[in-house]
Design a protein around this ligand. Sequence first.
Ligand SMILES: NC(=O)c1ccc[n+]([C@@H]2O[C@H](COP(=O)([O-])OP(=O)(O)OC[C@H]3O[C@@H](n4cnc5c(N)ncnc54)[C@H](O)[C@@H]3O)[C@@H](O)[C@H]2O)c1
Length: 322
Amino acid sequence: MSKILITGGAGFIGSNLTEHFLGQGHQVVVLDNFATGHRHNLEQHSNNPNFMLIEGDIRNNEDCQKAVVGIDYVLHQAALGSVPRSIKDPQTSNEVNVTGFLNMLVAARDAGVKRFIYAASSSTYGDSENLPKVEDIIGKPLSPYAITKYVNELYADIFSKTYGLETIGLRYFNVFGRRQDPNGAYAAVIPLFVKKFMNYESPVINGTGDYSRDFTYIDNVIQMNERAMTTDNNEAINTVYNTAVGDRTTLNQLVGYLKEFLTEYDAEIAKVNVIHGPNRQGDIPHSLASVDKARRLLGYEPTHVIREGLQEAVKWYWENLK
Ligand SMILES: NC(=O)c1ccc[n+]([C@@H]2O[C@H](COP(=O)([O-])OP(=O)(O)OC[C@H]3O[C@@H](n4cnc5c(N)ncnc54)[C@H](O)[C@@H]3O)[C@@H](O)[C@H]2O)c1
């Protein structure tokens, strides 16, 4: 059994990773400052002797050093997400996502961890119009957030080459599922729309709704983290992977699926219409990943396409938000 540090473990993806790896009998340490994460995401583990919470900030070197003691694997998820947040306050996004990331790399290197696996992002593809997205072809970043995530990859690469720290970056594509926060100004589209529909309020689509995304269910992301952690293929490390399904869905289709699944719980939701607003700054029209590299080097196979994931996510929101 291993000792795993999950930074950002109180957040959406981090809390799912925490639950998964504790379930497998590993020891899990969470480092989180609760900037966007929640204590209730971790409550279920409070009596688990294999679980430890460090309330701290990745911008603080001492907190990072404390968290990596005795750690085998780091799954670094802590960051400030959201393109609009980074447009509003690029400095804080940079401090957390770049300086905090570098602090964690240094701490992991100094503590001699076996591998540093980190949340990268599809936003690194920037203005590249190439579809499907393949790892080696990226464009220019379209937001401060995208810059921070690209810089993470550059630092990780240099740490592998210079200090021999094993790193793997997982470029997440629009992840969704249980515990993704529907509240706050920077909520992601799926939980936001689910909450709106459940309250009979019209969700607002930015633009005509024909923009498309490779929406990725959380279980596929857990699988990628696990494969990145356990691979003993030397060719598979010190690189980045698309973490996605390899299929795309337009926002209009997404709304159709959400209504279909939500009306199984409440038929009234069928009557709620959507509203269209202007396109959002920093948004690319289409995003679709090739997952060939993950298949080839990590043996990845997505278990959930969007409809299967949405069905599970909607059930979770219905049981937990209603
Ligand atoms: N959700 C997605 O679709 C998506 C897509 C691409 C990349 N990512 C990346 O995945 C990671 C996790 O995203 P998420 O959706 O779970 O977001 P989230 O906001 O739910 O989780 C982020 C966690 O990091 C913590 N955190 C923030 N700043 C911190 C700091 N200074 N010190 C310690 N902890 C801090 C937050 O409190 C929160 O618990 C992030 O790195 C994000 O950029 C997510």
